[in-house]
Design a protein around this ligand. Structure first.
Ligand SMILES: Nc1ncnc2c1ncn2[C@@H]1O[C@H](COP(=O)(O)OP(=O)(O)OP(=O)(O)O)[C@@H](O)[C@H]1O
Length: 633
C-alpha cells in the first residue's frame, strides 16, 4: 500500500480529491474554533445585507455572516455524512456477508429480506423512516443509514459470492480457517476496490440526502445548522442575495467532488494492488497433537484414505444429477494413485468429496469415507475439519485463482502453521522459508515477501505444494497440478511431489486428464468414465494390459514417438456422457467399438482381473482394427 500511495497522489484525480478533502477536514476542525462566534453573532442593524467587504456572502435575517456560517457548518455536515455512511456501510456489510456465513436456508432468508428492502426507492424510505422515527437529527441519521444499507448489502453479497467460489477460499477452509476470518482476510480484501468506490459515492449521496432532509425541515433542527438548513434559509432571500443559497450549494458540490475523486484515487490504489498481487490458498498443515492419534488409527488398517461406494448428487430439474456414482478408492501411506478421464468424468468432484468440499446443494454419500481411519460421515464436524486441516493438503489446478492476490506468499504459507501448530510469526516464517527451499525455490526469504503475481506459474504451483507441506500431510490431493505449465516446469513440479512422497511417506491422489503424467508418477491408475471407475490397474501395465475399450482409446489418443505427424491427432469419437442423462447399461456403450445389446441393458461392475479390475462385458475381445480407427481416430 505504502508503495502505491504516492503514485495515486501523482494523478490529477488523486491530487484534486485528496486536496479538497484535506481542506474540508481542516475546515471541519478549525472553522468552529476560529469563526464559531462570528457565525452566531447577530446584528439587527445589518439584516439581509448583500455582499460587502465585511460580509463577503452577505447576512441572514438576523444579521449573521452567511460565509462564516457556511464554513462553520462544514463540521456538522461532514460528521453527519460520515456517521450515516458508516452506519449504512456497516449494516450493508453485515447483511451482505451474512448469507455467505450463515447456513444456506437462513442465508436465503437474509437475501430475500434485502431484496424486499431494495424494492423501496431509497429517497422514499428515508422520508418514511425520518417521519416514523420522529423529526430530529438522530432520526434522520438512522433513516439515511438504514436506507443506504440494502443496495450496499447486495453489492457486498454479489462480489463476496464470486470470491468465495475461488480455490484459495476452499483452501483456507481446508486449512481450518473459521468462516468469519475467511471473510475478513480472504474475501473482503479482494472486493475492497468496488466497495470503497461505492462507499465514497454513497457518502456523496448521504451528504445530499442529509442536506435534503434539513432543507425540508426534517433533518438538523435549530439552533444547529448544516448546509441543508442554510440553503433553506438562503432560499427565502434568494432574490435579495443569491449568495445566501449559493454558498452552501457550492459547499455541497465541492464536498461531493472531494468524496468521489478521493474514492476514485483510493480505488486505483486497491486496483493496482489487487491487479498486481494475486494471492493463493493456504492448504493444510498437520498439528503435532492430532498426528499421533491419527497415525495409530491409520496404522491399524494401514489405509490413509478408504472410500467405498462414494456418490455425489446435485438436485436437477429432471431428478438428481449424479456426477460421481459409486467410486471406491483405497490409498496407503506413500502410495500414489492417479485418476484419469475426459473432462466431466467426475474426477474433480471425487477429489472435492474426499476433501469434504462439495458445496450445497450437492450431496455426498458413501458406504465408507474414512481418512486416516476416521469416518468422515459421522462424528463432530469440527473434529473432521481439524483432521483435514492438519493432515490433508490440496493442490488446485490454477495457482493464480488458488492464491489470495492481496496477501504475501509468506503470510499465506504461515497462516495454517500459526493456526494449527501454534507457531509464532517468526517461527512460521522460518518454516515457510524452509518449505520453499524444499520445493527448490531459490531465495526463499525474498520470495516470502513477494505477492503471488511476482511468481511464475511453476513457482506458484511449487509454493502451493510448499504450503501443503507446512505440516506433514498424510495425503496430498493434487487436481490437475501441472495442466497450466510447460513441460519442463511440469516435470519439476511432479518431481517435487515424488520427493515429498519418498521423504514423508505422504500418499498422493493425482487427478489429471493426461494419461502420460499419471502413469509416470503414480503406482496405480484409476480410469473414470461418467462418474464411475471403469478400470483400475498398475501404471506399469497401463500401456500393455489395459482392457477397457475406453482406457485403450485414452491411451491411443496420446501421441508418442511412433505417431504419424502428418495424420490428424487421434481423438475418442462421440461425446462424454452428460451426468443429467446417464444411459442404462454401460455408459460408454454409445462410443464403444465392442458394444452389444447386453452393454446397452446391463451396467458392468468392476471385476478383478489378472492385473487389476475392469468394468466391461468384453474385456477379452480384441478391438477390430477398422472400428479402432473409428473409435480412436
Ligand atoms: N453444482 C453442480 N451441479 C450439477 N452438476 C455439476 C455441478 N458441479 C459439477 N457438475 C457436473 O459434474 C460433472 C463432473 O465434474 P468434474 O469437475 O468432477 O469433472 P472433471 O472430470 O474433473 O472434469 P475436468 O477435467 O474438466 O475438470 C460435470 O459434468 C459437471 O457438469
Amino acid at each position: 500500500m505504502r508503495r502505491h500511495r504516492p503514485e495515486v497522489l501523482r494523478t490529477p484525480v488523486g491530487i484534486v480529491g485528496v486536496t479538497l478533502l484535506t481542506v474540508l477536514v481542516l475546515l471541519a476542525v478549525l472553522a468552529p474554533l476560529l469563526w464559531g462566534d462570528r457565525a452566531t453573532a447577530t446584528n439587527t442593524g445589518n439584516m439581509l445585507a448583500g455582499p460587502s467587504p465585511e460580509h463577503w456572502a452577505g447576512t441572514d435575517n438576523l444579521g449573521r455572516d452567511i460565509l462564516f456560517r457556511t464554513l462553520v457548518a462544514t463540521r456538522l455536515s461532514l460528521v453527519l455524512t460520515l456517521v450515516a455512511t458508516t452506519l449504512g456501510v456497516g449494516l450493508g456489510l453485515l447483511l451482505g456477508l451474512a448469507p455467505l456465513l450463515l447456513p444456506q436456508r437462513l442465508g436465503r432468508l437474509v437475501v430475500a429480506f434485502v431484496n424486499v428492502l431494495l424494492g423501496f426507492p431509497s429517497l422514499l424510505m428515508v422520508l418514511f423512516l425520518a417521519v416514523i422515527l420522529g423529526v430530529s437529527t438522530t432520526s434522520a441519521l438512522l433513516a439515511i443509514g438504514i436506507a443506504i444499507a440494502p443496495p450496499f448489502a447486495r453489492l457486498v453479497h454479489a462480489l463476496g459470492a464470486g470470491v468465495t467460489e475461488r480455490d484459495f477460499v476452499a483452501a483456507a477452509r481446508i486449512a481450518g480457517v473459521p468462516p468469519a476470518r475467511i471473510m475478513v482476510r480472504h474475501v473482503l480484501p479482494n472486493v475492497a476496490e468496488p466497495l470503497v468506490v461505492n462507499a465514497t459515492v454513497t457518502a456523496s449521496s448521504v451528504l445530499l440526502a442529509f442536506g435534503g432532509l434539513s432543507f425540508l425541515g426534517i433533518g438538523v433542527q435549530a439552533p444547529q445548522y448544516d448546509w441543508g438548513r442554510l440553503m433553506q434559509d438562503g432560499l427565502a432571500i434568494i432574490y435579495d442575495n443569491p449568495l445566501a443559497a449559493l454558498a452552501p450549494g457550492i459547499a455541497f458540490v465541492l464536498t461531493g467532488l472531494a468524496f468521489n475523486l478521493t474514492g476514485e484515487a483510493a480505488a486505483g490504489t486497491f486496483g493496482a494492488k489487487s491487479r498486481s498481487r494475486m494471492r493463493w490458498p493456504a492448504p493444510a498443515s498437520p498439528r503435532p497433537g492430532t498426528r499421533d492419534d491419527a497415525d495409530l488409527a491409520a496404522d491399524r488398517d494401514g489405509l490413509v484414505l478408504d472410500v467405498r461406494d462414494l456418490a455425489v448428487t446435485f438436485p436437477g430439474p429432471d431428478g438428481p444429477i449424479p456426477p460421481v456414482r459409486g467410486v471406491s478408492i483405497a490409498l496407503r501411506a506413500g502410495e500414489a494413485v492417479g485418476v484419469v478421464g475426459e473432462s466431466g468424468s467426475g474426477k474433480s468432484m471425487t477429489a472435492l468429496a474426499v476433501a469434504q468440499l462439495v458445496e450445497e446443494p450437492g450431496r455426498v454419500t458413501a458406504e465408507r469415507l474414512a481418512f486416516c481411519a476416521t469416518d468422515l460421515r459421522s462424528g463432530r464436524r469440527a473434529a473432521h475439519d481439524a483432521l483435514l486441516g492438519t493432515s490433508l493438503a490440496v493442490v488446485f489446478q490454477d495457482p493464480m485463482t488458488s492464491l489470495n492476490p492481496v496477501l504475501r506468499v509468506g503470510t499465506q504459507l504461515g497462516e495454517a502453521a500459526r493456526r494449527h501448530q501454534g507457531l509464532t510469526r517468526r517461527q512460521a516464517s522460518a518454516r515457510a522459508a524452509d518449505r520453499l527451499r524444499a520445493v527448490h525455490l531459490a531465495e526463499p526469504e525474498r520470495r516470502l515477501r513477494q505477492y503471488p503475481h511476482e511468481f511464475s506459474g511453476g513457482m506458484r504451483q511449487r509454493a502451493m505444494i510448499a504450503m501443503g507441506l507446512m505440516g506433514t500431510p498424510r495425503l496430498i490431493v493434487a487436481d490437475e497440478p501441472t495442466t497450466a505449465l510447460d513441460m519442463t516446469v511440469q516435470r519439476q513440479v511432479l518431481d517435487v511431489l515424488q520427493e515429498v512422497r519418498r521423504e514423508h511417506g505422504t500418499a498422493l491422489l493425482l487427478i489429471s486428464h493426461d494419461v502420460s503424467v499419471v502413469s509416470s508418477v503414480c503406482d496405480r491408475v484409476l480410469v473414470m468414465y461418467a462418474g464411475r471407475i471403469v478400470e483400475d490397474l498398475p501404471s506399469a501395465d497401463l500401456h500393455t494390459q489395459a482392457r477397457h475399450p475406453y482406457t485403450r482409446a485414452l491411451i491411443g489418443a496420446v501421441p508418442d514417438m511412433t505417431t504419424d505427424l502428418d495424420a490428424p491427432l487421434a481423438t475418442i469419437a462421440g461425446q462424454p456422457v452428460d451426468p443429467r442423462h446417464v444411459p442404462d447399461g454401460c455408459a460408454f456403450a454409445a462410443r464403444c467399438p465392442l458394444v452389444t445389446d447386453r452393454c446397452r441393458q446391463e451396467e458392468p461392475t468392476l471385476q478383478a482381473g489378472p492385473v487389476g479390475a475392469v468394468a466391461c462385458w468384453h474385456v477379452d475381445d480384441p478391438i477390430p482394427a477398422e472400428t479402432e480407427e473409428v473409435a480412436v481416430g
